[in-house]
Design a protein around this ligand. Structure first.
Ligand code: NAI
Length: 304
């Protein structure tokens, strides 16, 4: 019947082969999400060490999920077998969807996108996980910019429910619809956002960090007091300083700086010297063992 036919068409057009570009924090998490949903994933990175790390991290995460009784061995094997680790962009040629999660640098992203487009099929969706760059500028590197869209996961991708999907002015309705359907089929909740600096979440979150830093700089309260006020008393899961340490002061500072610049230096988003100095000093947070707090080898705050 007509109904059955359209179902078959839908099945055929659904995303099965996914290429993830960049196997760092975000790329490895996105690969896990897609593989868990049943896609055949190829995770590509120029750095073999990053791929080895991603593979080892997945093994650890899945082993822990088995321990917790959340998945069984069969499910672990299924997820692992759905991901292959590749060191050539050409290997992504059969993808229906690619999601890029490499370094936050527009020139490098553009170069990768235009090379990628020469390998993949006409109808392959080419997406970026960028936090702060404009999707329009990334799309402009393609011959067919209408296939480009922002698909912005949050860290850690397997745990965070929300994904922002961002159409650029060049994005076709078909691309947007396919992106939304795919992410929803990966059991994530989609928020469609406009192509503006910080999209929704990273923009709303700016004053959370910014005002906390200003309160500290004005000598009103120290890090611990501000965090405890927000967390223990205010019901937030993490205080602003603990959260900045978790994200990384370098990353968090850069996003603030980008949003500030992109909004024509609107003082609402003004970055903080305190955070800049912490970042310059290498006090990045949990990943460097010290930020606003000190961390032990397990990433737990050392109470002094
Ligand atoms: P990361 O530094 O952990 O990983 C980036 C990976 O890309 C590295 O493994 C690196 O070897 C690889 N890479 C660099 N240049 C490459 C190239 N030309 N071709 C292939 N691989 C290349 O970075 P992270 O944190 O995963 O961020 C990636 C992207 O995701 C950025 O655009 C960032 O803004 C965005 N993002 C980051 C979030 C976070 O909390 N870290 C949250 C949401 C988005």
């Amino acid at each position: 019947s007509e109904n059955q036919k359209s179902k078959i068409v839908n099945l055929q057009s659904s995303i099965k082969f996914v290429g993830v570009i960049g196997g760092g924090t975000m790329g490895s998490g996105i690969a896990q999400v897609a593989a868990t949903a049943g896609c055949q994933v190829k995770l590509y990175d120029t750095n073999q060490a990053a791929l080895d790390k991603a593979k080892a991290a997945l093994e650890k995460i899945l082993a822990r999920l088995i321990e917790k009784g959340r998945i069984d061995l069969e499910e672990k094997n299924r997820i692992q077998n759905n991901i292959s680790y590749v060191d050539s962009l050409k290997d992504l040629a059969d993808s229906n969807l690619t999601i890029e999660a490499i370094i936050e640098n527009i020139d490098i992203k553009k170069k990768v996108f235009s090379e990628l487009e020469s390998y993949v099929a006409e109808d392959c969706i080419i997406a970026s996980n960028t936090s702060s760059l404009s999707i329009a500028s990334i799309a402009a590197s393609l011959k067919k910019p209408k296939r480009c869209v922002g698909i912005h996961f949050f860290n850690p991708a397997p745990l965070m429910q929300l994904v922002e999907v961002i159409p650029a002015i060049q994005t076709s309705y078909e691309t947007l619809e396919k992106a939304i359907d795919t992410i929803a089929s990966w059991k994530k909740t989609v928020a469609v956002a406009k192509d503006t600096p910080g999209f929704i979440v990273n923009r709303v979150a700016r004053p959370f960090y910014g005002e906390a830093l200003r309160i500290y700089e004005e000598g009103i309260a120290n890090f611990e007091t501000i965090d405890s006020a927000m967390k223990d008393l205010g019901g937030f899961r993490m205080g602003p300083f603990e959260l900045m340490d978790f994200i990384g002061n370098d990353v968090n500072y850069t996003v603030t700086e980008t949003v500030f610049t992109a909004f024509y230096f609107d003082p609402r988003y003004k970055p903080s010297f305190t955070q800049k100095r912490f970042s310059e000093a290498g006090y990045l947070g949990r990943k460097s063992g010290i930020g606003y707090y000190e961390y032990d080898a397990n990433g737990k705050i050392v109470v002094s």
